[in-house]
Design a protein around this ligand. Sequence first.
Ligand SMILES: [Zn+2]
Length: 327
Amino acid sequence: MSFDEVLGHDVVRAYLARAFRHGRISHAYLLSGPEGIGKALLARQLAAALLCRQSGVDDQDAEQIDGCGDCGGCQAIESGNHGGLQILDSAEGRGIDLASLREMMRSLSLRSGDRRIVIIDPAERLQEAAANALLKILEEPAQGVVFLLCSHRPAQLLRTIVSRCQQISIGPLTREAFLEVLSRYPIDAANAEQLFAGIGGRPGAAIGLFEAMQRCGGEVPFREILQHPPRDARNLVALADVEGGQSDREAVYQTIRILADGVWAFRSDDVDGRRLAAERATMLAHVARHVERSGSPDLCLEATLMILSALDLDQLRLRMPRSLGVA
Ligand SMILES: [Zn+2]
């Protein structure tokens, strides 16, 4: 990633630049906002600014917050080798466990004296024991360590963790910033406009949806899947990017998110069509949350198939297992 990849969110960045310039660097920030909006990239940009040796927070004149992109610190971040930046995510799909958190804190402790950054993304995937340990860490913050928590479901975090973070909500990008981000991908302008009209200023979600359409042969076959989903729910997983070696849980989660975005992006524009799309997308979001936490991927895929196929969603809600949270 190069640092100028992170566009938009100017208000947030300017606010943080001012705060940092006045030496008001909190030991923990919670960046919250919808999925696919750019929280992870923004967190990495903040980390770059905080670890940059040339510019960023120590530049008295900086209007924006950013790393210089050139110094040893920035280069190390870009190549993923900066020992002062630790990123905890849950790509393996089992949540962020206590052992990972402890190991991360141990390696950070070897660099005491320097500024160190921890990104936890998404923070709602911290397992219970890890969340409790994080709370203790935040209660007695180590000098120089800054936590950047990203969350699309902040209501699921321990309230005691949230209260120890400076909270920053991240909104959708403007159309201009959204189109600028998408212009850096092999997505033509007409498709980019269509994606903005479909799902608004969430570039990460738009790119995920676009790539899923590519995987199944384009927009027409993708819409066909939405309207006439395959009999075998497992076939839906072909929509997700599984080449990155994600766990089955993560692949199923991505699949359901893509379908929820697709249902909304390709809604029909009359009142009934919008209402049906909104209900379907909401139900799918609940199912995605269930698989994200610990639900059976197969059960959640079956539920997804039923949500896509059902004509009467009220009837369907009555038939769904309560644990899915769609009722
Ligand atoms: Zn730099």
